[in-house]
Write a protein that binds this ligand. Structure first.
Ligand code: TRP
Length: 354
Protein backbone atom coordinates (compact mmCIF):
# COMPACT_ATOMS: atom_id res chain seq x y z
CA UNK A 1 0.00 0.00 0.00
CA UNK A 2 1.36 3.39 -0.96
CA UNK A 3 1.80 5.89 1.79
CA UNK A 4 -0.54 8.79 2.32
CA UNK A 5 1.32 11.01 4.73
CA UNK A 6 -0.25 13.66 6.93
CA UNK A 7 1.01 15.60 9.87
CA UNK A 8 0.40 18.98 11.46
CA UNK A 9 1.53 21.58 13.96
CA UNK A 10 -0.38 24.13 15.97
CA UNK A 11 0.50 27.68 14.99
CA UNK A 12 1.10 29.06 18.46
CA UNK A 13 4.76 29.93 17.98
CA UNK A 14 7.79 29.29 15.83
CA UNK A 15 9.07 25.76 15.45
CA UNK A 16 12.05 24.73 17.57
CA UNK A 17 14.75 22.06 17.43
CA UNK A 18 12.48 19.66 19.37
CA UNK A 19 10.06 19.82 16.44
CA UNK A 20 12.99 19.39 14.11
CA UNK A 21 14.30 16.09 15.47
CA UNK A 22 10.89 14.90 16.67
CA UNK A 23 9.11 15.20 13.38
CA UNK A 24 10.55 17.52 10.73
CA UNK A 25 13.65 15.39 10.13
CA UNK A 26 11.38 12.40 9.43
CA UNK A 27 9.22 14.55 7.16
CA UNK A 28 12.30 15.51 5.15
CA UNK A 29 13.36 11.88 4.94
CA UNK A 30 9.92 10.86 3.64
CA UNK A 31 10.10 13.65 1.10
CA UNK A 32 13.49 12.38 -0.12
CA UNK A 33 12.33 8.75 -0.28
CA UNK A 34 9.60 9.88 -2.65
CA UNK A 35 7.62 6.71 -2.00
CA UNK A 36 4.17 8.14 -1.34
CA UNK A 37 0.94 8.79 -3.10
CA UNK A 38 0.05 12.00 -1.28
CA UNK A 39 1.79 14.12 1.30
CA UNK A 40 0.02 16.75 3.41
CA UNK A 41 1.20 19.04 6.16
CA UNK A 42 -1.52 20.94 7.94
CA UNK A 43 -1.24 24.11 9.99
CA UNK A 44 -3.67 23.30 12.78
CA UNK A 45 -5.18 26.70 13.53
CA UNK A 46 -8.56 25.28 14.56
CA UNK A 47 -6.85 23.01 17.06
CA UNK A 48 -4.72 25.91 18.33
CA UNK A 49 -7.92 27.85 19.01
CA UNK A 50 -9.15 25.18 21.43
CA UNK A 51 -7.04 26.83 24.12
CA UNK A 52 -6.65 30.24 22.51
CA UNK A 53 -10.22 31.42 21.98
CA UNK A 54 -9.26 34.84 23.33
CA UNK A 55 -6.00 34.93 21.44
CA UNK A 56 -6.99 34.61 17.82
CA UNK A 57 -4.35 37.09 16.69
CA UNK A 58 -1.57 34.96 18.08
CA UNK A 59 -2.83 31.95 16.15
CA UNK A 60 -3.43 33.97 13.00
CA UNK A 61 0.01 35.58 13.03
CA UNK A 62 1.80 32.32 13.63
CA UNK A 63 0.32 30.59 10.58
CA UNK A 64 2.80 32.28 8.28
CA UNK A 65 5.61 31.76 10.80
CA UNK A 66 5.06 28.03 10.84
CA UNK A 67 4.74 27.94 7.04
CA UNK A 68 8.07 29.74 6.71
CA UNK A 69 9.62 27.38 9.26
CA UNK A 70 8.53 24.40 7.13
CA UNK A 71 9.81 25.83 3.88
CA UNK A 72 13.08 27.02 5.37
CA UNK A 73 13.66 23.62 6.99
CA UNK A 74 13.48 22.13 3.50
CA UNK A 75 9.86 21.05 3.01
CA UNK A 76 9.30 21.30 -0.75
CA UNK A 77 5.93 22.85 -1.64
CA UNK A 78 6.01 21.03 -4.97
CA UNK A 79 6.01 17.70 -3.19
CA UNK A 80 3.97 18.47 -0.09
CA UNK A 81 0.60 20.17 0.14
CA UNK A 82 0.74 22.57 3.05
CA UNK A 83 -2.66 23.97 4.04
CA UNK A 84 -4.56 25.69 6.86
CA UNK A 85 -6.99 23.57 8.89
CA UNK A 86 -9.83 26.10 9.13
CA UNK A 87 -9.94 26.36 5.35
CA UNK A 88 -11.24 22.80 5.24
CA UNK A 89 -14.63 23.05 7.03
CA UNK A 90 -15.35 19.40 6.18
CA UNK A 91 -13.03 18.56 9.06
CA UNK A 92 -15.48 20.14 11.50
CA UNK A 93 -18.38 18.18 10.05
CA UNK A 94 -16.46 14.95 10.34
CA UNK A 95 -15.58 15.79 13.94
CA UNK A 96 -19.32 16.01 14.74
CA UNK A 97 -19.93 12.46 13.55
CA UNK A 98 -16.89 11.16 15.38
CA UNK A 99 -17.93 12.81 18.66
CA UNK A 100 -20.73 10.29 18.99
CA UNK A 101 -18.28 7.42 18.97
CA UNK A 102 -16.13 8.58 21.89
CA UNK A 103 -16.96 8.76 25.59
CA UNK A 104 -16.04 11.62 27.90
CA UNK A 105 -14.29 9.07 30.13
CA UNK A 106 -12.07 8.03 27.22
CA UNK A 107 -11.15 11.63 26.45
CA UNK A 108 -10.18 12.43 30.02
CA UNK A 109 -7.91 9.36 30.09
CA UNK A 110 -5.71 10.62 27.24
CA UNK A 111 -2.36 11.16 29.02
CA UNK A 112 -1.16 14.02 26.78
CA UNK A 113 -4.47 15.86 27.18
CA UNK A 114 -4.34 15.21 30.94
CA UNK A 115 -0.87 16.79 31.16
CA UNK A 116 -1.94 19.74 29.06
CA UNK A 117 -5.04 20.35 31.19
CA UNK A 118 -2.84 20.45 34.28
CA UNK A 119 -0.22 22.67 32.64
CA UNK A 120 -2.83 25.18 31.55
CA UNK A 121 -4.60 25.20 34.92
CA UNK A 122 -7.91 24.24 33.32
CA UNK A 123 -9.29 22.56 36.47
CA UNK A 124 -12.71 24.25 36.34
CA UNK A 125 -12.49 26.09 33.07
CA UNK A 126 -11.77 23.36 30.58
CA UNK A 127 -13.14 24.28 27.15
CA UNK A 128 -15.15 21.45 25.61
CA UNK A 129 -13.27 22.03 22.36
CA UNK A 130 -9.96 21.41 24.08
CA UNK A 131 -11.08 18.13 25.58
CA UNK A 132 -12.30 17.09 22.14
CA UNK A 133 -9.27 18.04 20.11
CA UNK A 134 -8.11 14.42 19.83
CA UNK A 135 -11.40 13.73 18.06
CA UNK A 136 -10.87 16.56 15.61
CA UNK A 137 -7.34 15.30 15.11
CA UNK A 138 -8.78 11.93 14.09
CA UNK A 139 -10.86 13.81 11.51
CA UNK A 140 -7.73 15.59 10.19
CA UNK A 141 -6.18 12.22 9.57
CA UNK A 142 -9.23 10.34 8.27
CA UNK A 143 -10.37 13.07 5.88
CA UNK A 144 -7.31 12.42 3.75
CA UNK A 145 -7.17 8.64 4.24
CA UNK A 146 -3.73 9.14 5.73
CA UNK A 147 -1.91 6.00 6.84
CA UNK A 148 1.49 7.42 7.81
CA UNK A 149 1.69 10.10 10.50
CA UNK A 150 5.20 11.36 11.35
CA UNK A 151 4.98 12.75 14.89
CA UNK A 152 6.84 13.10 18.16
CA UNK A 153 6.21 10.75 21.03
CA UNK A 154 3.74 13.06 22.77
CA UNK A 155 1.30 12.49 19.91
CA UNK A 156 1.06 8.72 20.38
CA UNK A 157 -2.06 8.95 22.57
CA UNK A 158 -3.75 11.00 19.81
CA UNK A 159 -2.90 8.39 17.23
CA UNK A 160 -4.19 5.64 19.51
CA UNK A 161 -7.48 7.51 19.85
CA UNK A 162 -7.67 8.09 16.11
CA UNK A 163 -7.20 4.37 15.53
CA UNK A 164 -9.99 3.59 18.00
CA UNK A 165 -12.30 6.03 16.23
CA UNK A 166 -11.54 4.47 12.86
CA UNK A 167 -12.28 1.02 14.24
CA UNK A 168 -15.51 2.19 15.91
CA UNK A 169 -16.69 3.91 12.77
CA UNK A 170 -15.91 0.98 10.51
CA UNK A 171 -17.49 -1.37 13.03
CA UNK A 172 -20.63 0.69 13.59
CA UNK A 173 -21.31 1.25 9.92
CA UNK A 174 -20.16 -2.10 8.68
CA UNK A 175 -17.76 -0.99 6.04
CA UNK A 176 -14.06 -0.44 5.54
CA UNK A 177 -14.69 3.22 4.97
CA UNK A 178 -11.86 4.75 6.97
CA UNK A 179 -8.15 3.96 6.91
CA UNK A 180 -6.19 2.97 10.03
CA UNK A 181 -3.33 5.42 10.56
CA UNK A 182 0.14 4.43 11.80
CA UNK A 183 2.41 6.82 13.69
CA UNK A 184 5.96 7.20 12.44
CA UNK A 185 8.39 7.97 15.26
CA UNK A 186 12.06 8.92 14.91
CA UNK A 187 14.30 5.84 15.02
CA UNK A 188 16.72 7.57 17.36
CA UNK A 189 15.21 7.39 20.84
CA UNK A 190 16.82 10.71 21.85
CA UNK A 191 14.87 12.49 19.11
CA UNK A 192 11.46 11.45 20.33
CA UNK A 193 11.23 13.88 23.20
CA UNK A 194 13.83 16.58 23.44
CA UNK A 195 14.09 18.23 26.89
CA UNK A 196 14.18 22.02 27.26
CA UNK A 197 17.53 23.79 27.71
CA UNK A 198 16.63 24.16 31.40
CA UNK A 199 16.32 20.38 31.80
CA UNK A 200 12.50 20.55 31.71
CA UNK A 201 10.90 17.36 30.41
CA UNK A 202 9.83 18.87 27.14
CA UNK A 203 10.94 21.77 24.98
CA UNK A 204 7.94 24.07 24.83
CA UNK A 205 7.20 27.65 24.07
CA UNK A 206 5.20 28.13 27.26
CA UNK A 207 8.14 26.94 29.38
CA UNK A 208 10.46 29.39 27.58
CA UNK A 209 13.13 26.72 27.19
CA UNK A 210 13.40 26.43 23.40
CA UNK A 211 16.02 26.90 20.76
CA UNK A 212 14.08 28.05 17.70
CA UNK A 213 14.90 27.26 14.09
CA UNK A 214 14.96 31.00 13.46
CA UNK A 215 17.27 31.96 16.36
CA UNK A 216 20.27 34.12 15.46
CA UNK A 217 23.76 32.66 16.05
CA UNK A 218 24.37 34.66 19.26
CA UNK A 219 21.03 33.56 20.65
CA UNK A 220 21.77 29.90 19.95
CA UNK A 221 25.15 30.20 21.61
CA UNK A 222 23.76 32.02 24.64
CA UNK A 223 21.12 29.31 25.13
CA UNK A 224 23.55 26.44 24.67
CA UNK A 225 26.02 27.96 27.15
CA UNK A 226 23.20 28.26 29.72
CA UNK A 227 21.98 24.66 29.27
CA UNK A 228 21.41 22.44 32.28
CA UNK A 229 24.18 19.89 32.77
CA UNK A 230 25.16 18.13 36.00
CA UNK A 231 24.92 20.46 39.02
CA UNK A 232 27.47 18.34 40.92
CA UNK A 233 30.06 18.61 38.19
CA UNK A 234 31.78 21.66 39.57
CA UNK A 235 35.49 21.30 38.90
CA UNK A 236 36.69 19.99 35.54
CA UNK A 237 38.32 17.09 37.32
CA UNK A 238 35.01 16.01 38.93
CA UNK A 239 33.32 12.99 37.40
CA UNK A 240 30.18 14.13 35.57
CA UNK A 241 26.78 12.61 34.96
CA UNK A 242 25.58 12.07 31.42
CA UNK A 243 22.06 10.96 32.35
CA UNK A 244 19.71 13.91 32.63
CA UNK A 245 22.41 16.16 31.21
CA UNK A 246 20.78 18.29 28.54
CA UNK A 247 23.97 18.81 26.55
CA UNK A 248 24.44 15.08 26.14
CA UNK A 249 20.77 14.56 25.36
CA UNK A 250 21.07 17.08 22.55
CA UNK A 251 24.32 15.53 21.35
CA UNK A 252 22.53 12.15 21.30
CA UNK A 253 19.96 13.72 19.00
CA UNK A 254 22.15 15.92 16.80
CA UNK A 255 25.82 14.87 16.80
CA UNK A 256 27.12 12.41 14.23
CA UNK A 257 30.58 10.92 13.77
CA UNK A 258 30.98 13.56 11.07
CA UNK A 259 30.42 16.29 13.65
CA UNK A 260 33.32 14.88 15.67
CA UNK A 261 35.62 14.86 12.65
CA UNK A 262 34.74 18.45 11.94
CA UNK A 263 34.53 20.07 15.35
CA UNK A 264 36.12 17.79 17.95
CA UNK A 265 38.58 15.45 16.23
CA UNK A 266 40.32 14.45 19.46
CA UNK A 267 37.31 12.18 20.11
CA UNK A 268 36.11 9.54 17.67
CA UNK A 269 32.48 9.58 18.70
CA UNK A 270 29.95 10.39 21.39
CA UNK A 271 30.72 7.25 23.37
CA UNK A 272 34.31 8.39 23.86
CA UNK A 273 33.21 11.86 24.87
CA UNK A 274 30.72 10.48 27.39
CA UNK A 275 33.30 8.14 28.87
CA UNK A 276 35.72 11.03 29.43
CA UNK A 277 32.97 13.15 31.03
CA UNK A 278 31.99 10.32 33.36
CA UNK A 279 35.58 9.75 34.42
CA UNK A 280 36.24 13.42 35.15
CA UNK A 281 38.62 15.78 33.39
CA UNK A 282 36.19 17.15 30.81
CA UNK A 283 34.63 20.55 31.39
CA UNK A 284 31.12 21.75 30.53
CA UNK A 285 32.40 24.62 28.40
CA UNK A 286 34.07 22.22 26.00
CA UNK A 287 30.99 20.06 25.45
CA UNK A 288 28.79 23.13 25.16
CA UNK A 289 31.03 24.72 22.54
CA UNK A 290 30.91 21.47 20.60
CA UNK A 291 27.10 21.34 20.78
CA UNK A 292 26.99 24.98 19.74
CA UNK A 293 29.03 24.18 16.61
CA UNK A 294 26.77 21.25 15.74
CA UNK A 295 23.60 23.32 16.11
CA UNK A 296 25.02 26.36 14.31
CA UNK A 297 25.86 24.15 11.34
CA UNK A 298 22.32 22.73 11.23
CA UNK A 299 20.52 26.03 11.69
CA UNK A 300 22.56 28.42 9.52
CA UNK A 301 21.14 27.30 6.15
CA UNK A 302 17.60 27.20 7.59
CA UNK A 303 17.96 30.79 8.81
CA UNK A 304 19.35 31.91 5.45
CA UNK A 305 16.41 30.38 3.57
CA UNK A 306 14.01 32.00 6.02
CA UNK A 307 15.42 35.44 5.24
CA UNK A 308 14.85 34.89 1.53
CA UNK A 309 11.31 33.55 2.07
CA UNK A 310 10.35 36.49 4.28
CA UNK A 311 10.71 38.78 1.26
CA UNK A 312 7.66 37.31 -0.44
CA UNK A 313 5.09 36.45 2.19
CA UNK A 314 2.18 36.94 -0.21
CA UNK A 315 3.19 34.08 -2.43
CA UNK A 316 3.32 31.78 0.59
CA UNK A 317 -0.19 32.82 1.65
CA UNK A 318 -1.41 32.26 -1.90
CA UNK A 319 0.10 28.78 -1.94
CA UNK A 320 -1.64 27.95 1.36
CA UNK A 321 -5.03 29.23 0.14
CA UNK A 322 -4.75 27.37 -3.18
CA UNK A 323 -3.89 24.14 -1.39
CA UNK A 324 -6.82 24.66 0.98
CA UNK A 325 -9.20 24.66 -1.98
CA UNK A 326 -7.56 21.59 -3.49
CA UNK A 327 -7.59 19.46 -0.37
CA UNK A 328 -11.20 20.39 0.48
CA UNK A 329 -12.27 18.28 -2.44
CA UNK A 330 -10.61 15.20 -1.00
CA UNK A 331 -12.10 15.77 2.44
CA UNK A 332 -15.49 16.25 0.76
CA UNK A 333 -15.21 12.91 -0.99
CA UNK A 334 -14.42 11.21 2.31
CA UNK A 335 -17.44 12.84 3.98
CA UNK A 336 -19.66 11.57 1.17
CA UNK A 337 -18.37 8.04 1.63
CA UNK A 338 -18.94 8.32 5.37
CA UNK A 339 -22.48 9.60 4.98
CA UNK A 340 -23.29 6.87 2.53
CA UNK A 341 -21.99 4.26 4.96
CA UNK A 342 -24.03 5.82 7.76
CA UNK A 343 -27.16 5.99 5.65
CA UNK A 344 -27.24 9.78 5.57
CA UNK A 345 -27.39 9.92 1.78
CA UNK A 346 -30.93 11.29 1.86
CA UNK A 347 -31.16 11.96 -1.86
CA UNK A 348 -31.82 8.26 -2.23
CA UNK A 349 -35.14 8.73 -0.41
CA UNK A 350 -36.59 10.52 -3.42
CA UNK A 351 -38.86 8.12 -5.28
CA UNK A 352 -38.61 9.87 -8.59
CA UNK A 353 -35.87 11.79 -10.17
CA UNK A 354 -36.86 15.27 -11.17
N1 TRP B 1 -1.69 17.86 17.99
C1 TRP B 1 -0.62 18.10 17.07
C2 TRP B 1 0.45 18.92 17.81
O1 TRP B 1 0.13 19.59 18.76
C3 TRP B 1 -1.03 18.82 15.82
C4 TRP B 1 -1.99 18.06 14.94
C5 TRP B 1 -3.26 18.44 14.60
C6 TRP B 1 -1.72 16.83 14.26
N2 TRP B 1 -3.81 17.55 13.76
C7 TRP B 1 -2.92 16.54 13.51
C8 TRP B 1 -0.63 15.96 14.19
C9 TRP B 1 -3.01 15.41 12.71
C10 TRP B 1 -0.74 14.81 13.38
C11 TRP B 1 -1.93 14.54 12.66
O2 TRP B 1 1.59 18.92 17.42
Amino acid sequence: MKKIILTADRPTGNLHIGHYVGSIANRLKLQEQNDYEKYYIMIADTQALTDNADNVDKVKNNIIQVAIDYLSAGIDPNKVEIFIQSQVPELAEMTMYFMNLVTVARLTRNPTVKDEIKQRGFANSLPVGFLCYPISQAADICAFNANCIPVGEDQLPMLEQAREIVRSFNHAYGKEVLTLPEPLLPENEACRRLPGIDGGLKMSKSAGNCIYLKDEPEEIKRKVMSAYTDPNHIKISDPGKVEGNVVFKYLDAFATDESFKKFLPEYKNLEELKAHYRNGGLGDVKIKLFLNNVLQELLAPIRERRKALEKDIDSIYKMLFENGKKVRKIAGETILRMKEAMGLDYEKLLKKEN
